[in-house]
Design a protein around this ligand. Structure first.
Ligand code: 5GP
Ligand code: MN
Length: 347
């Protein structure tokens, strides 16, 4: 996506003039775009400001992102709560990357909301619920990482030769587009990828780390989920997968082991709406995906306290897994026409 970044760069340099301590943070259960954007932004801010830059995450990084250059410097709230809170309290600028609603901060929202620091928002989700001094909210971008690249490379043209920056940006774009498979990537996105490759980016290494880095038990869980826990409802062009706590324990579930499962039912002919239900602690976590124009973000914000993009959203349910599934199935008839219309638009 091509945009004029001059206004954003000007606003950012204005706030940086009065800034000594910056905290860059992203959302809970961070994905490749969250961590890629945080690392990319930190590298960029260090180039254009003398302020100290601290990277923070509400949760520890999943195994498939720990190899990233710069990842070891991210302070995680679940491991070091005292240090994270102290940095937020001392910050005079908080940069929020890849989220636009404080409810996504998994326990950190209280400290961020209480903080008197000015805020910069840089994100690609629709309908921001945060009002920041600098609002860089562009929902047509494939990923926050692509937006960070556009901003940073317009402000500091040489930044592409910073390997930490370039690998972080590539990781964010690659993961948020499902390895260049879906989402709103376009020619401009691929021209960024081309520039990164021309600069010698370690493409094979990164792909190995992200996609060929799973445990055997994760692959077995995938087989089990597809064989035993997938419900296909052709009438509603919908399929869902559910995994209970004991299913997850049986396969030694680790954070992010279910990454990508929700996309699989969408490859079934006729299916345009897919949901993954995971039993987690005291709630059920939902991942929702769709094809064409069925808006899973609206569906999730209305019924499952969530949100996200039109074709990719998350949500949660406070009741049991069985009750959640029953409730979900009871909603489908209300969307019969919309789902049919979404299906017709795919063929
Ligand atoms: P995932 O299914 O991978 O957790 O999330 C898919 C998309 O929805 C991502 O863009 C993510 O940022 C967003 N998302 C996930 N969970 C939530 C949520 O609870 N609330 C909101 N507003 N967005 C979410
Ligand atoms: Mn993203």
């Amino acid at each position: 996506m091509n945009i004029d970044t001059s206004k954003y760069i000007k606003e950012l340099s204005e706030v940086l003039k009065e800034t000594a301590n910056i905290v860059v943070m992203s959302h809970s259960n961070p994905d490749g775009d969250a961590i890629g954007s945080v690392i990319g932004l930190a590298q960029f801010l260090k180039r254009i400001s003398d302020a100290s830059v601290t990277m923070v995450s509400p949760d520890s990084l999943p195994g498939f992102l720990r190899w990233m250059k710069g990842a070891e410097e991210i302070i995680c709230f679940d491991q070091n709560p005292g240090s994270v809170v102290k940095h937020i309290q001392e910050a005079d600028l908080i940069v929020c990357a890849d989220f636009n609603d404080y409810s996504r901060l998994g326990g950190l929202e209280k400290y961020v909301e209480e903080s008197r620091a000015r805020k910069v928002l840089i994100d690609h989700h629709p309908d921001p619920a945060i009002s920041a001094t600098v609002m860089i909210s562009e929902s047509s971008f494939s990923s926050t990482a692509e937006l960070v690249f556009k901003l940073a490379s317009d402000a500091v043209p040489g930044i592409i030769s910073d390997i930490t920056f370039s690998e972080a940006i590539f990781t964010g774009i690659m993961t948020d587009t499902g390895n260049f498979n879906f989402g709103s990537f376009d020619g401009d996105t691929l021209r960024i990828i081309a520039q990164l490759l021309d600069n010698g980016l370690r493409k094979e290494y990164i792909t190995e780390k992200i996609y060929n880095n799973f445990s055997a038990s994760r692959i077995r869980l995938m087989g089990f989920a597809l064989n035993e826990r997938m419900v296909v409802m052709p009438t509603f062009h919908t399929a869902y997968i559910y995994l209970s706590r004991s299913d997850l324990d049986r396969y030694n579930f680790k954070q992010a082991d279910s990454e990508g499962f929700v996309n699989m039912p969408l490859t079934i002919d006729g299916i345009v709406f897919s949901v993954l239900f995971l039993e987690r602690g005291d709630h059920i976590k939902l991942s929702l995906r769709s094809r064409s124009n069925f808006p899973v973000n609206r569906f999730s914000s209305k019924y499952f306290s969530g949100g996200g993009h039109i074709n990719a959203a998350g949500g949660k349910s406070p009741v049991s897994l069985a009750e959640t599934l029953e409730y979900f199935e009871s909603l489908l008839p209300l969307f019969s026409e919309e789902l049919k219309d979404a299906y017709i638009k795919t063929v």
